[in-house]
Design a protein around this ligand. Structure first.
Ligand code: PMP
Length: 360
């Protein structure tokens, strides 16, 4: 089969050696004669695998011991509700940075939790989310302040955390740039991420939460309670075994590659290559303000919706697949997660150059 470069925003490309390993041991995991999908989550085959995955993740993200690591289900979307259910119990006052589509979904869900008030402390709606909003000095202490570190659809990303948030309990949605960029876990009370972009297959959601914070929420139904999930080490019910197994292989692969710093370096290089082209092209352009640009999700447009469609179809025929932008914004989007290779970006830029000449 001809080489395909998969620019999907999620579920997204996984490292090729990981896919090959999954294939080679799918029928018999560690010579057990059973697939990883066929074993009990109470067996040592599973618990050893899960413990190793967690240990490697702790190394990669430098997670301090006073933080719990949870591998749950329900995607990033369940966290939009679970975070306020568990962490907005003191004053029921939360603050949100409205930086785009996923931040808005998080705000809507928080407001559905009885009694919880969600203030929008900053928004870039006025510029159509093409830049990150400036966060003003806050006058009140919130139960937590929610920040979407990377806006998957709009293509904006926080390289540094807004200084003014110092002193607040920060909750970070890292669904689309976890381990693509170094953040300091200790700056957050809680971090969450759906797995299906930089971690592994859909079906598992990662939560990293400061242990002090999970002590509330014990009155909640078990599946919705961080405290109850943490007490049972994410095995309160049957965990998503296969997704955790693949994530564990991705963590090992990340460590072998040089960890988060190396990924960050590669992602800067890959994205700079595409941004440089976009900034010099007379056909294509990036709608995003330079200082807000994401390294993992790069939207771009020709300025003509019909031509955009034509480009996406022509790219697809040339093995450059899943470049269509999100239905809410249109245009194109190239997602360059950790497992996406540099040569795929080179191929894309070469193709864009040819396309530009052909319509010029
Ligand atoms: N947050 C962000 C930043 C996302 O990109 C997404 C999904 N693309 C979500 C949350 C929702 O994730 P899920 O589909 O896992 O519920």
């Amino acid at each position: 089969m001809a080489q395909i470069y998969n620019f999907s925003a999620g579920p997204a490309v996984l490292p090729a050696p990981v896919i090959r390993q999954v294939q080679s041991e799918l029928v018999s995991y560690k010579n057990s004669g059973m697939s990883i999908m066929e074993i009990s989550h109470r067996s040592s085959l599973y618990t050893d695998m899960e413990a190793e995955a967690e240990e490697n993740l702790r190394k990669l993200m430098r997670i301090p011991n006073d933080y719990d690591v949870l591998f749950l289900q329900g995607g990033g979307t369940l966290q939009f509700a679970m975070v306020p259910l568990n962490l907005a119990q003191k004053n029921k006052q939360t603050g949100f940075v409205d930086s785009g589509h996923w931040a808005q979904r998080a705000i809507e869900e928080a407001r559905l939790v009885p009694g919880v008030k969600a203030d929008i402390i900053a928004s870039s709606a006025a510029v159509n989310y093409t830049a990150l909003p400036d966060v003003p000095e806050l006058r009140q202490q919130y139960d937590y302040v929610h920040l979407t570190l990377n806006n998957t659809i709009e293509g904006t990303m926080y390289r540094d955390l807004p200084n003014v948030l110092h002193g607040q309990t920060l909750v970070g949605d890292m669904s689309s740039n976890i381990m693509a960029q170094r953040y300091n876990v200790e700056d957050f009370g809680l971090i969450y991420a759906g797995a299906q972009k930089n971690i592994g297959p859909a079906g598992m959601t990662l939560i990293i939460v400061k242990h002090d914070l999970v002590e509330g929420g014990t009155e909640l139904p078990a599946m919705l309670s961080y405290a109850k999930q943490a007490a049972k080490h994410s095995a309160l019910n049957t965990p998503p075994v296969f997704a955790i197994y693949v994530a564990g292989l991705v963590f090992k692969w990340l460590l072998e590659q040089g960890g988060v710093e190396e990924m960050q370096k590669r992602n800067e290089k890959k994205s700079a290559y595409l941004y440089d082209f976009l900034d010099s092209s007379s056909l294509f352009s990036s709608p995003v303000k330079k200082s807000s640009r994401s390294v993992t999700n790069i939207p771009f447009v020709t300025g003509n919706a019909e031509l955009d469609q034509h480009f996406v179809a022509a790219a697809q025929e040339n093995g450059l697949v899943n470049l269509k932008g999100h239905r809410s914004v249109g245009g194109m989007r190239a997602s360059l997660y950790n497992a996406f290779p540099y040569e795929g970006v080179q191929k894309l830029v070469e193709f864009m150059e040819r396309f530009e000449q052909s319509v010029g």
